[in-house]
Design a protein around this ligand. Sequence first.
Ligand SMILES: Cc1ncc(C[n+]2csc(CCOP(=O)(O)OP(=O)(O)O)c2C)c(N)n1
Ligand code: SF4
Length: 284
Amino acid sequence: MPDIKDYESLVEIKWCPGCGNFSILAAMKKALCNLGLAPHEVLIISGIGQAAKTPHYLACNLFHGLHGRALPIATGAKIANHNLTIIVNSGDGDCYGEGGNHFINAIRRNIDLTLLVHNNKVYGLTKGQASPTSDLNMVTRAQPHGVMLEPFNPLAVALALGCGFVARGYAGKPDHLASLIEHGVRHRGFSLIDILQPCVSFNHINTYPWYNERVYELERSGHDPSDFNAAWEQARKWGERIPIGLFYREDKPTLTDRLHALRHGPLVDQQYVPERLASLFSSL
Ligand SMILES: Cc1ncc(C[n+]2csc(CCOP(=O)(O)OP(=O)(O)O)c2C)c(N)n1
Ligand code: SF4
């Protein structure tokens, strides 16, 4: 059984003291140990941002990619070796802004991976500009007259695209979050966990006290995660009361189940036969 210490990295953590990312990191370690996964069985992939530094702070396989491009890298990795457990760490700007198109198409493909979006509702790394999830009228140094766009609702978009695991966690409830991550990794298919992550340096509205007053756990409110309409209703709630937990779950075939070329096992275990490629090229 792996131990939390097995996942401890020697890299110095550069997040601000009090940042919500610390409890997301701790929840990930706890979930991976509870799942009995050894570090060599896990691949963590990220894009750019504060959230995207997470893989450096875990001692396992990692790939730190480019802005919004974690999901295409994860898709390639999963096709090459679908025995790997893949987790993507992204931020609201990285995933829903810069990588928005990849977010949509990764859900449609139903790639078996877990996407953790550290949603602090600002661009943290670049010092607090509004992000796609910033609330209307939020004032930042770059938006002195307030945000003019309606916020992006990742849970509603994921539900509309047929995502089979749609959840929201909160960095202020790390045990609840660890359990969601565990369930997300166990789910065969694309699992989205949007995580409410206070940014103590640049978001002085959506703070720990602000969330603590509002969040409630769906698991304690009689919510049925197999009921799509109930999930849709919960996903549209924001403001005075904010639901966290598993909104929706459904099993469906994954991309690697559907790929004909993988029927004999992962690509990494298949023999490379250059003649087959040569005959394909000569037939074109
Ligand atoms: C194409 C492009 N757009 C924007 C940027 C600047 N940029 C780098 S990281 C980042 C913010 C990422 O925000 P988020 O994903 O919310 O991450 P956080 O730092 O808050 O965790 C931005 C805007 C860039 N370098 N290149
Ligand atoms: S700027 Fe915000 S998101 Fe980045 S490390 Fe500091 S508190 Fe965390």
